[in-house]
Design a protein around this ligand. Structure first.
Ligand code: PMP
Length: 386
């Protein structure tokens, strides 16, 4: 009987262990996401072998293009929705609508998330936004409002149109639903989500072995959140802004003023120069950029043509099919290394914001022509060229 008793105890102990293991396993192997929102973030960090080999540095790209909506903006859109839910402003299923003024990525992220979370997305964008982005927005069922390209001081500019749309909807006494202006440029949730997710992910993926971080600024959320996080971990991490032609941010970081020419603050970047770079570069200081400004060490100017050459080079050599802003960042890295600002053996990370898919009809139309480009022929201007 004593044997029987021990056997029972052993069997019981074994079943408890198995159950616990089973539970743990189920939890650990929880690979099934409960919705598309749960697939956002935790994007891969990939070593860019071609650039690393050629420069003697370890160069990594944070593949934000791997988010389900195709860009880092998924993080921001979800954070803005959750914050509004938490504050009791919006509720799913009653027609509440998120209004946003965006030239692309953020609108796509809202459009992807809104329907699945029980909301509507109303996207205001300039009429010269690329066809690929418009088609995506339509596929996700967003309400699209195209407005004439204009500067931010114009009341009909797309960001102002979105703000007005939300106000009109919320003030309508006959409406039971609420309109919310997402306001990615000024919304604090933007830089904070990069501070709490993108930055820590990179830091953990590199196990703290990061020396330089290079990225561009649209709203400024990515650079502000990541820079602030990195500096808090290691003061010596250096952060560089990679800025395209026509943007005043380069001068703002370099000289403390946006313009040293006849250009006016608030003017539209694409009016000043003929550029195909989308998503980054601005001629005003947004709240999100401001939140990171003191953590940015320096800036590097990158030309459209250099970015196109880099696009072709990375596609051929590393299988990285990148969008225009990602390539601006990659050129920024290469320039800083070539000019000795970043020394050999450094660990460098740049953001790969979105894939080339969204840039086929503009940026990639020309980038394709550089298919035989050599690394030494990518850079044609100096780091400090305006
Ligand atoms: N790249 C692309 C393609 C973008 O859409 C954006 C956002 N406008 C950025 C880069 C810049 O990111 P952020 O707004 O966080 O500065």
């Amino acid at each position: 009987p004593r044997l029987d008793h021990s056997l029972t105890i052993a069997v019981l102990a074994a079943s408890v262990c198995l159950a616990a293991f089973g539970l743990r396993r189920r939890k650990v192997s929880g690979v099934v996401a409960d919705g598309i929102d749960q697939c956002i973030g935790n994007t891969p960090l990939v070593k860019v072998h071609s650039l690393s080999r050629a420069t003697g540095c370890e160069i990594y790209a944070k593949l934000e293009l791997a988010n389900p909506g195709g860009s880092a903006k998924d993080r921001v859109a979800l954070a803005i929705i959750r914050k509004n839910e938490k504050n009791g402003v919006i509720k799913p299923g009653r027609g509440d609508t998120i209004f946003e003024g965006t030239s692309g990525s953020t609108g796509i992220s809202f459009a992807m998330l809104c329907d699945s979370l029980g909301y509507k997305a109303h996207i205001c964008l300039p009429s010269d936004t690329s066809e690929e982005k418009l088609q995506l927005l339509e596929s996700f069922g967003a309400i699209i409002e195209k407005v004439k390209p204009a500067s931010i001081v114009d009341p009909n500019q797309y960001v102002n149109a979105a703000r007005r749309g939300a106000e009109v909807m919320s003030q309508d006494p006959s409406s039971t639903s609420v309109g919310v202006f997402a306001d990615q440029f000024e919304n604090d949730s933007n830089w904070r989500i990069h501070y709490t997710t993108t930055g820590p992910e990179i830091w953990n993926q590199l196990q703290g072995k990061l020396d330089y971080f290079v990225t561009g600024s649209g709203t400024g959320g990515t650079i502000a959140g990541c820079a602030r996080f990195f500096k808090e971990q290691k003061r010596k991490v250096q952060v560089f802004l990679a800025d395209p032609q026509g943007s005043g941010l380069y001068n703002r970081i370099k000289h403390g003023v946006m313009f040293d020419t006849v250009e006016k603050e608030g003017t539209r970047r694409r009016h000043q120069v003929d550029t195909v770079i989308e998503g980054i570069g601005l001629n005003r200081v947004t709240h999100n950029f401001h939140m990171g400004e003191s953590f940015i060490d320096d800036s590097v100017r990158v030309l459209d043509e250099e970015a196109m050459k880099m696009a072709s080079y990375l596609c051929r050599n590393d299988g990285l099919f990148l969008g225009s802003s990602s390539c601006i960042n990659a050129v920024g890295v290469l320039k800083l290394i070539k000019e000795g600002v970043i020394p050999e053996s450094s660990t460098v990370c740049f953001i790969a914001c979105d894939s080339g898919n969204r840039h086929l009809s503009k940026f990639w139309l020309e980038a394709r022509l550089y298919k035989d480009i050599e690394l030494d022929d990518i850079i044609t201007s100096a780091v400090h060229k305006l």
